[in-house]
Design a protein. Structure first.
Length: 210
């Protein structure tokens, strides 16, 4: 079975994204993206941050983040189990005893961490560039037709433009536009902009042959 890193890398390469493009769009350092793609979790921060990175990365690629995260948790737990040394049972009871005060303290810490995590995720979601998936053309191509249908999907609240010309985004985030081509090389700059101005840009070079 393929790992989370392999799935993400294969999808990134399939969609033609470079590490630099992913880093710019997700605000995740390229070295962390490489560590995720190679399943080298020792080079990454703690598990909650890894899950945040994987969630942002998979959503940027247009993948199901709950599915990818579930696969990650299963693989991560299995790897920890394999690497965990066997510990002998202690002969005496631990001196640490559970008390009501300790229970309250732990619950407060969990609540505070949960709130911090929630607000952090909200902040990240607000300031993250919108996802942008181009279904056609998926890569640089050569065509003979005068008209090229350009379509894909993004955040429903985002605005999309092709070569600075705004196009309609439907309620499900999909967009479509027929683009006239001139003979020779045509450069298409597809840009998705969030409500606060964060942008995701894809560039396709389409050559129209006679």
């Amino acid at each position: 079975m393929r790992t989370v890193g392999q799935l993400l890398k294969e999808d990134r390469l399939k969609k033609g994204f470079t590490l630099e493009q992913v880093e710019k769009a997700t605000k995740i350092r390229a070295k962390f993206i490489t560590a995720i793609e190679t399943d080298n979790y020792q080079k990454l921060p703690a598990a909650p941050y890894i899950q945040g990175f994987i969630k942002n990365y998979s959503e940027f690629l247009g993948l199901s983040s709950p599915t990818i995260l579930a696969l990650f948790r299963r693989q991560f737990i299995e790897r920890k189990r394999q690497n965990q040394p066997q510990i002998e049972e202690p002969l005496t009871k631990s001196a640490w005893q559970l008390t009501p005060n300790k229970v309250i303290f732990v619950l407060v810490v969990i609540l505070v961490l949960g709130l911090l995590g929630y607000f952090y995720n909200q902040y990240q979601a607000l300031h993250r560039p919108p996802p942008l998936t181009l279904e056609n053309p998926k890569a640089d191509i050569v065509v003979h037709e005068e008209i090229l249908p350009v379509f894909g999907r993004t955040d429903p609240d985002a605005t999309v433009s092709i070569n600075q010309e705004p196009i309609l985004v439907k309620s499900d985030g999909r967009f479509y536009k027929d683009i006239p081509l001139t003979l020779g090389s045509n450069t298409l700059v597809i840009e998705s902009t969030s409500r606060i101005g964060e942008k995701t840009t894809l560039i396709r070079r389409v050559t129209r042959a006679p």
